[in-house]
Design a protein around this ligand. Structure first.
Ligand SMILES: Cc1ncc(COP(=O)(O)O)c(C=O)c1O
Length: 336
């Protein structure tokens, strides 16, 4: 049996989740008649401390909808060079939302209030696109699962308000961040006008993301979802899985973090090098020849991704059993 550590997106619905999906009441969600989608959207909004939620097919679409909702074509957005939106979302922000990314190097893919002051343009100068939006990612995928804590997001929120900028959070893994910070996710969402989180990563649902914000913004976002072809019909079958994940799986993310810590500590003792901190469920590890290492592990039934010639990425998630985790650990130790 393959042990898949390429990403937490590979998680499959648990038996309880499959049952919830099978039992979900459905209706036509484009008509606003799917009771399970409505329940998921309300439940998500409450968890994130916002007025309303919008169930979207993917995180990529959710982020794009957020950008369309919060900007006008020709605006500029400040975000980190390492943002998932920059690297893995097909440039939708430029191609579809027609906005200019102003990227900042950041540390671990995080931006600071100083970065915002430095990059911000009012647009009054004839040369400049007006900056109207800041986008952060929490946790940061390419930052080794680094997270913004409450103080950091609050400080960013304060600067945004001072400068009249909107704030979006790609919170694909916001519950990992909340667990690492030991606070409710709503506090991390507080300064954000819109926040997206994914149901289909470590939470284990087969599909779906929820964008949360004020009623007014979510109403606007709903129209953009339709424009992008994301209006689904009997989506309650999927929303039922998402609701189950929110009610039963959030706390399990803690175990993924614990495993990342055990894995790292054990291997560091054997001389392995981890180039980034790994406070949540994502680890980068240095190996002499990443493609070859990936192949060696595949022969031992372990799947991982090479990120550079000499780095691999490992993501712990709920579908790894204790026995599998031990096997992975022992395999790495043997390769030391
Ligand atoms: C930080 C982050 N944002 C957004 C996404 C996009 O989610 P999706 O794959 O559902 O489009 C991902 C996916 O891995 C992600 O890691």
């Amino acid at each position: 049996m393959l042990i898949d550590l390429r990403s937490d997106t590979v998680t499959k619905p648990s038996p309880g989740m499959r049952e919830a999906m099978a039992q979900a009441e459905v209706g036509d969600d484009v008509y606003g008649e799917d009771p399970t989608v409505i329940e998921l959207e309300q439940y998500s909004a409450e968890l994130l401390g916002k007025e309303a939620g919008l169930f979207n097919p993917t995180g990529t679409m959710s982020n794009l909808i957020a950008f369309l909702t919060l900007t006008n074509p020709g605006d500029a957005v400040i975000l980190a060079e390492q943002a998932h939106i920059i690297h893995y979302e097909v440039g939708g922000l430029t191609r579809v939302a027609n906005i200019l990314p102003l990227t900042v190097p950041g540390i671990l893919g995080k931006i600071t209030e100083e970065d915002i002051w430095a990059r911000y343009n009012t647009g009054e100068d004839v040369h400049h696109a007006p900056t109207t939006l800041v986008s952060i990612e929490n946790t940061v995928n390419r930052g080794g699962g680094a997270y913004y804590d409450y103080e950091e997001v609050s400080r960013i929120g304060r600067v945004c308000r001072q400068l009249g900028l909107k704030l979006h959070c790609d919170g694909a893994r916001i519950f990992n961040s909340a667990i690492a910070c030991n606070i409710e996710a709503r506090y991390l969402a507080e300064p954000c006008d819109l926040i997206n989180f994914c149901l289909s990563k470590g939470l284990g649902a087969p599909a779906g993301s929820v964008l949360c914000g004020s009623k007014e913004l979510i109403q606007r976002a709903r129209k953009f979802r339709k424009l992008l072809g994301g209006g689904m019909r009997q989506a309650g079958v999927l929303a039922g899985g998402g609701l189950y994940a929110l009610k039963h799986h959030i706390d399990d993310l803690r175990k993924d973090h614990e495993r990342a810590t055990i894995f790292r500590r054990t291997l560091e003792e054997k001389g392995w090098f981890f180039p980034l901190p790994s406070p949540t469920n994502i680890l980068f590890v240095r190996v002499p020849n990443a493609p070859k290492f990936v192949q060696t592990l595949q022969e031992k039934n372990i799947l991982i991704n090479a990120v550079l010639d000499d780095y691999i990425r490992i993501v712990f998630h709920r579908d790894i059993t204790d026995t599998q985790f031990q096997y992975v650990l022992e395999t790495f130790i043997k390769l030391s």
